[in-house]
Design a protein around this ligand. Structure first.
Ligand SMILES: NC(=O)c1ccc[n+]([C@@H]2O[C@H](COP(=O)([O-])OP(=O)(O)OC[C@H]3O[C@@H](n4cnc5c(N)ncnc54)[C@H](O)[C@@H]3O)[C@@H](O)[C@H]2O)c1
Ligand SMILES: [Zn+2]
Length: 394
């Protein structure tokens, strides 16, 4: 990826007193120390990272922080979801206390979503809250997890069961860091990018259709645009609904089935974005079955997901475990599974779904001979909430 000479982009996240900027600039890591000046008055900075990221980027980060006069303490964790536990939080808090971190000392999350979620949660509880900054290093983290203030860890009985809403002071994105990301992680991140087009912006979706080959080659312009537009959409949704009541739910598109498949694979077979890729297509198919969108929408989404190199098929042969896993999702309200359904590309609706409807769809869509029978046209006069382009809430 050749990115020199590109101007810095800033996406503001407007949340009153908790507002912050997402700054996007190739090569930003070298200047990270200079960018923290306004965010903390203490020289102490804890850099929370994992081994993979530390091997590649810790030295550069330390150099930049020391040059700017800070006293950094690296906290290097094992990579992977298994680190996202309360016991890791305990270990981070031990270091902060031992090193006498104060209320103004800052934590810097240098890593993917796992590191961001852990660091934000540790920052939210140490001395009842110290500042933290996200330096996301995966595509998932740059377009999704670093923005919005959801922090937390897993419990043995459920993913992300423990946590807090806690906003970072800044999100500093260096797209050059994506060059070292394993290919599988890059492609999984594209599922979240495609999601933004479907839930809020047809023009962006059309851009992705055109630019997918370039994105797969990590070409500079398309990569920057994809990250920036994704951050804008996430920032816009989060601004409208910080604590996840209705509007923020649209970010969950593809995740009702996606989370179910992820959990059925024991969080080992499929990585998150891969499960979401399948969810994007299958939830559109289910929306079509419910009469909410046309078959053309499903096929348009399927085609882009496939071209990103993601799977669109559920390999699970039976329905009961999928429904069971869907019901364990945190987003379930009063025992009801509430989904996000496209009515066209760029516009979604939120509605509950009944077991019977889902079961019939599953039976049909897993029996090719009956598949054409569920290709209905979009429903008219739907009395449902719709969320579309540029925050338009119709
Ligand atoms: N808070 C939120 O709103 C939110 C949203 C989405 C996902 N998440 C969480 O994010 C986590 C998933 O995040 P993820 O997909 O970034 O996974 P991750 O943090 O586990 O990173 C994936 C792998 O890539 C490695 N890596 C990271 N950056 C690298 C780089 N630049 N070069 C080489 N290797 C690199 C990591 O060491 C790890 O092995 C999950 O725990 C999920 O729950 C949170
Ligand atoms: Zn996701």
């Amino acid at each position: 990826m050749r990115l020199a000479g590109v101007v810095e982009q800033v996406v503001p996240v407007r949340l009153g007193g908790r507002s912050y900027d997402i700054v996007l600039h190739p090569g930003l890591l070298a200047t990270v120390g200079d960018r923290l000046g306004a965010l903390t008055s203490s020289p102490k900075i804890g850099i929370v990272t994992d081994r993979h990221v530390a091997d590649r980027y810790l030295q550069g980060t330390l150099r930049s922080l020391c040059k700017a006069g800070y006293d950094p303490t690296p906290i290097i964790l094992p990579p992977g979801e298994r680190t996202k536990t309360l016991s890791t939080i305990g270990k981070i808090l031990d270091v902060l206390a031992r090193k006498k971190f104060e209320r103004q000392s800052l934590l810097l999350a240098l890593g993917g979503g796992v590191i961001g979620d852990i660091t934000g949660f540790a920052a939210s509880i140490y001395q009842r809250g110290i500042p933290f900054v996200q330096v996301p290093t995966t595509l998932v983290a740059q377009v999704d997890s670093s923005v919005g203030g959801k922090t937390g860890v897993d419990h043995r009985l459920g993913k992300n069961l423990i946590g807090a809403f806690y906003q970072p002071r800044a999100v500093l994105i260096d797209p050059l860091m994506l060059r070292t990301l394993p290919r599988r992680e890059w492609i999984a991140g594209l599922a979240e990018v495609i999601k933004y087009g479907i839930i809020a912006d047809e023009e962006f979706f059309a851009f992705l259709e055109k630019a997918m080959p370039a994105l797969l080659k990590l070409e500079e312009g398309p990569v920057l645009h994809a990250i920036k537009r994704s951050c804008e959409i996430k920032a816009q949704v989060v601004t409208a609904d910080e604590r996840e009541s209705d509007r923020r739910r649209i970010l969950n598109y593809g995740h009702t089935i996606g989370h179910a498949l992820e959990s059925l694979s024991g969080y080992r077979g499929l990585i998150h974005g891969e499960a979401v890729g399948i969810g994007l297509v299958q939830e559109a198919d289910l929306a079509c079955h419910m009469g909410l969108c046309g078959r053309d929408i499903v096929e348009r989404i399927r085609s882009l997901v496939q071209r990103a190199g993601l799977s669109d098929q559920i390999s699970q042969p039976s329905f009961a475990p999928i429904w069971g896993a869907m019901q364990h999702d945190k987003k379930v309200v009063g025992g009801q599974v509430v989904g996000v359904w496209p009515v066209r590309v760029g516009e979604v609706v939120i509605r509950p779904i009944e077991r019977q409807v889902c079961a019939t769809w599953f039976k049909n869509s897993h029996n090719p001979r009956r598949k054409s029978s569920n290709s209905r046209q979009p429903g008219k006069n739907l009395s449902v909430e719709k969320f579309g382009h540029e925050g338009k809430s119709q």
